[in-house]
Design a protein around this ligand. Structure first.
Ligand SMILES: C[S@@+](CC[C@H](N)C(=O)[O-])C[C@H]1O[C@@H](n2cnc3c(N)ncnc32)[C@H](O)[C@@H]1O
Length: 348
């Protein structure tokens, strides 16, 4: 998948092909405007206002409490971008917005879009990162409101993914204890515990994260079987031979190579013999010899916003090998954004 300018007729195609239009202007101003138009529409509840059926611009503005003039300017832009449809002088949801942007939809990603205000704010400081080489440290300086959208945003991205991921995570026969490092909302632990009735889970995360994720976990009604533990995975110890399976999903990109090595050593100590440590990460920027645009942009973002960037399965396996674990063949979940799962086993 690629993101970028798409010609909509043969003439435009030729203009792009022969480099006759100032693509950088479109790549920057249009991309930024596009992102903020959608985010603002979500923030004021525009898509929710259309959930009950089509409405005129004036009616939409009245439901959202927005100004009719500015609302009338935004609506055609959303319609031309596929987020709305027009019906006479009325607007209605498109399949795209109905599925992903109406808060009552089980697939709604609205919470993640609210986090984008913070994430795109960090991106505005990309030049600062480029000059200093110092990441901007995503996890410090977040307000309570941002922590809340962070945890909610992470949870909404798991919709439709948890069972698939849980199925791919090795849990030894008779396992009773799992640790979910940076587990946030606990959705993956919940799925694993539902799949393995003898399993209970500790969802380990930073204190601010736990504070905001606790209500999300409580919604699952798992009681003491899936519980939060506040701490810092980089400085806390996990004990000795007390877990059968340990997972870390979408977190290793926040840690440097050295931090991941040290963490894996602690995990290896905490695993019971025969136990497994599974690291799940987004695809690294270079896969199969060709740099993928989305993966490379994500890698740059993670590097700027946090400590490192994306990791390849072979890098993750090297941390496991160094910690005395036996790496298994990586599993790639294509339907889950290409998430790579690298498991390593503690010898019996
Ligand atoms: C990108 S989210 C992933 C959440 C969840 N595992 C998922 O896949 O949806 C990263 C999580 O790691 C947590 N985290 C970051 N640094 C951490 C640390 N040093 N110790 C524990 N948790 C940490 C964050 O608070 C956040 O909840």
């Amino acid at each position: 998948m690629r993101f970028g300018l798409m010609a909509s007729n043969p003439l435009e195609w030729l203009l792009v092909k022969f480099n006759l239009i100032a693509r950088p202007v479109l790549d920057t101003q249009v991309a930024g405007t596009y992102a903020h138009a959608i985010m603002a529409a979500v923030k004021v509840g525009l898509f929710d206002a259309l959930a009950a059926g089509p409405a005129t611009a004036e009616k939409i503005a009245a439901s959202c409490g927005t100004h009719p003039d500015s609302t009338a300017k935004l609506l055609p832009a959303l319609a031309a971008s596929g987020y709305l449809r027009t019906r006479g002088d009325q607007y209605e949801l498109s399949p795209l917005s109905r599925k992903w942007l109406v808060t009552t939809s089980p697939h709604a990603v609205n919470d993640k879009l609210m986090l984008h205000y913070y994430e795109l704010g960090l991106m505005q400081r990309a030049d600062e990162y480029l000059r200093s080489g110092r990441p901007l440290d995503f996890h410090t300086g977040m307000s309570d409101e941002v922590w809340d959208s962070y945890q909610r945003g992470m949870k909404c991205l798991t919709t439709g993914q948890t069972n698939m991921v849980a199925k791919a995570i090795p849990v030894p026969e008779g396992a009773t204890d799992m640790l979910d490092i940076g587990g946030s909302h606990g959705a993956y632990s919940v799925a694993l515990c539902r799949r393995h009735p003898s399993l209970r889970a500790v969802v380990f995360d930073l204190p601010d994260a736990v504070r905001h994720a606790a209500p999300l976990l409580a919604e699952e009604g798992m009681g003491d079987r899936v519980r939060h533990q506040a701490g810092n995975a980089l400085t806390d110890d996990f004990g000795e031979e007390c877990y059968d399976t340990v997972v870390i999903i979408g977190v290793a990109h926040h840690f440097s190579d050295e931090q991941n090595r040290e963490l894996t050593a602690k995990v290896a100590r905490a695993l019971r013999p025969g136990g497994a440590y599974t690291i799940a990460e987004f695809p690294a920027a270079s896969g199969g010899g060709k740099t993928q645009q989305l993966a490379a942009l994500r890698d740059f973002y993670f590097a700027l916003a946090s400590e490192s960037g994306t990791w390849s399965p072979s890098q993750m396996a090297s941390w496991q090998r160094a910690a005395g674990l036996r790496p298994a063949k990586p599993v790639r979940l294509a339907a889950s954004g290409g998430l790579n799962l690298q498991s390593g086993y503690k010898p019996r």
